[in-house]
Write a protein that binds this ligand. Structure first.
Ligand code: B4P
Length: 195
């Protein structure tokens, strides 16, 4: 069953503020280690293509820079994990948990992660990166107002997640200010320490 197969898999959480480079690092990690990369932001953006009421709800929340309800996010995540469980080297979960409640739910329904990587980045750097991205990518949350709100949401809801895992599992803080290559070296060190 799901829980039995899952117990054989490593689970890594990649957390950090908006624009801290979670997705960028995960792409590089997939290339090097062959993990299954699941981004909750991406899973949610995929839901936006339908015309359903639920899709409208998700779009409104993302446009406001708020957090989508945990029930919706965790259901999408679990479904995606089940779909690739038979042939994975481990799950790299990007953008989850964004609040302590999400971590607790995941622990109850799936299990605690083996490693949490936390991307540390200043608000200035994150803002600049997101503004730069807004010139090339048409995302619903790529505007100044949403970016300000997303940073607020991060400091209020997601920073406590770091404290939650600090005593529970291995947590590695990464200085995410450097170039993607510089950051990647540190991230690999964290991964290599658990494999
Ligand atoms: P996400 O999709 O997670 O969006 P993100 O924080 O912007 O992405 P990331 O940190 O991966 O930045 P990236 O590498 O792209 O979330 C979007 C929204 O979905 C949330 O606001 C929320 O509403 C919702 N959501 C997601 N997960 C949820 C959950 N668990 N619960 C509830 N709601 C949830 O990098 C950004 C830019 O910087 C890129 O342009 C990149 O090229 C550049 N960059 C990256 N690293 C760099 C570096 N080292 N140097 C220079 N530039 C760099």
């Amino acid at each position: 069953g799901f829980m039995e197969d899952l117990r054989k898999c490593k689970i890594i959480f990649m957390i950090g503020g908006p624009g801290s480079g979670k997705g960028t690092q995960c792409t590089k990690l997939v290339e090097k280690y062959g993990f299954t990369h699941l981004s909750t932001g991406e899973l949610l953006r995929n839901e936006l293509s339908s015309e359903s009421e639920r899709s409208k709800l998700i779009r409104d929340i993302m446009e406001r820079g708020d957090l989508v309800p945990t029930g919706i996010v965790l259901a999408l995540l679990k479904e995606a994990m089940i779909a690739s469980l038979s042939d994975t080297k481990g799950f790299l979960i990007d953008g989850y948990p964004r609040e302590v409640k999400q971590g607790e739910e995941f622990g109850r329904k799936i299990g605690d992660p083996h490693l949490v990587i936390c991307m540390d980045c200043s608000a200035d750097t994150m803002t600049n990166r997101l503004l730069q991205r807004s010139q090339s990518s048409p995302r619903v949350d790529n505007n100044t107002r949403t970016i300000v709100k997303r940073l607020e949401t991060y400091y209020r809801a997601s920073i406590p997640v770091v404290a939650y895992y600090e005593t529970k599992t291995q947590l590695h803080k990464i200085n995410a200010e450097g170039t993607p290559e510089e950051v990647f070296l540190q991230v690999c060190k964290a991964i290599d320490s658990i494999f």
